[in-house]
Write a protein that binds this ligand. Structure first.
Ligand code: GLU
Length: 414
């Protein structure tokens, strides 16, 4: 059974909105995306044939500032998922106090099945198609699943070519050489680590030797794993799309990154036992970091989860049924809009640095990120305690309240 992400996002919104005294009209507006663009466009393939691709760019809300959010290249990209991910970006920025609205985009494609030239053609054409919405003051894309620095560089270049001068602030997550930010690469994982440390303190679990299992060992999971390990935790298992590795004494995560870079997977890492993804999710551990994709824990496997804390490095890794079950069971969940907000926080720093053409040191960036993540964590925890709600609902209440206040003070045009 696949869960519709947009239905899940609306369900979460409705649950949180019950605690707020917001105008029903504003609530109705916030349940919907502000605008959505579907683009169908041709790409010339290496064999000379022409293939049509479909892409989206959805803006959920621009009440707090320019819309911000990543671009996903994956065969499962759909308009409904993009709507949900855009809505979560609105809450993510609002809960962390970042002056952005929410957006998301994507192209239905299997990037690993395309050559570099085909990917470049696709990216440049998609960037051109969405440039009716994208610009450094209004809508700023970034990487997400299936995209990275290379794609952001192509987008920045395409947009700049159309304008006749370089516009670095039109995308974030760029390579350092063209105005990327120090610390952006690790930022999402660093945020997962920072919020996990706060959750461990909250649950009175000492970081030293805390057992952590990590699903997903890519852009988010790998830094989350090695940065948390460097604070004293034991990373007992990690997995990727091909399988996983387990070592009760703890895996050497930096070495594991080198192994994964060389072999394309964590599988086969010497000295560790193999473990399936399904078994990893059921390990008895202090923290389960979900850094892969959405809908990983469902009503079917939630009863076998034995973690005390769940850190949502991915967007929407729990279905609503799994969420409800795990909250009742007393699992401390660090919700996605808080847990994985480190990425967009450093994207914000990158954008600010690009607009000012003045760059900060990595220490400054990491320290500012720490402040944002810790403040967000405590604001959410305090509200959860005060309203006697779960962390996800608290994070949404906080975010919706901020967005609704901006809308009310701006007023309805005309
Ligand atoms: N795609 C990331 C997210 O879901 C980063 C977005 C950004 O940096 O704008 O938070």
């Amino acid at each position: 059974m696949t869960t519709n992400l947009y239905a899940a996002a609306v369900q979460q919104f409705d649950k949180a909105a019950r605690y707020l005294d917001i105008d029903p009209g504003l609530a109705a507006y916030l349940r919907l995306p502000k605008r959505e663009l579907t683009v169908n466009f041709p790409v010339e393939m290496d064999d000379g044939s022409v293939r049509v691709f479909t892409g989206y760019r959805v803006h959920h809300s621009a009440a707090l500032g320019p819309t911000k959010g990543g671009l996903r290249y994956h065969p499962s990209v759909s308009l409904d998922d993009t709507r949900a991910l855009a809505m979560w970006m609105t809450w993510k920025c609002a809960v962390l106090g970042i002056p952005y609205g929410g957006a998301k985009g994507g192209v239905v494609c299997a990037p690993h099945e395309l050559s570099v030239r085909e990917l470049e053609n696709l990216t440049r054409r998609y960037a051109t198609e969405i440039s009716v919405l994208m610009n450094p003051q209004g809508d700023i894309p970034a990487p997400d699943v299936g995209t990275g620095e290379r794609e952001m560089a192509w987008i920045m270049d395409t947009y700049s070519m159309h304008h006749g001068y370089s516009v670095p602030a039109v995308v974030t997550g760029k390579p350092l050489a063209i105005g990327g930010s120090l610390g952006r690469r690790e930022a999402t994982g660093r945020g997962v680590m920072l919020t996990t440390l706060e959750a461990l303190k909250r649950k009175r679990i000492t970081i030293k030797g805390a057992r952590i299992a990590v699903q997903g060992f890519g852009k988010v999971g790998a830094p989350a794993a090695y940065l948390t390990q460097e604070r004293g935790a034991r990373i007992v298992a990690v997995s990727d799309a091909q399988g996983g590795v387990y070592h009760p004494g703890g895996l050497a995560c930096r070495e594991l990154v080198r192994h994964a870079d060389q072999h394309g997977t964590v599988c086969g890492y010497p000295g560790a036992e193999p473990i399936s993804n399904a078994d990893l999710l059921q390990l008895e551990c202090d923290v389960l970091m979900l850094c892969a994709l959405e809908n990983q824990i469902t009503a079917a496997n939630a009863p076998s989860v034995r973690a005390r804390i769940i850190a949502e490095g991915a967007n929407g890794p729990l279905t609503p049924e799994a969420d409800e079950f795990l909250i009742k069971k007393g699992v401390f969940i660090i919700p996605d809009v808080l847990c994985n907000g480190g990425g967009v926080s450093v994207s914000y720093f990158e954008w600010v640095q690009g607009l000012q053409s003045f760059f900060w040191t990595e220490d400054e960036i990491n320290e500012r990120l720490r402040q944002i993540m810790v403040r967000g964590f405590h604001q959410v925890s305090r509200l959860a305690h005060k309203k006697r709600v779960d962390n996800r609902t608290a994070s949404q209440i906080l975010a919706i309240e901020r967005v609704a206040a901006a809308m009310t003070q701006r007023g309805i045009y005309p």
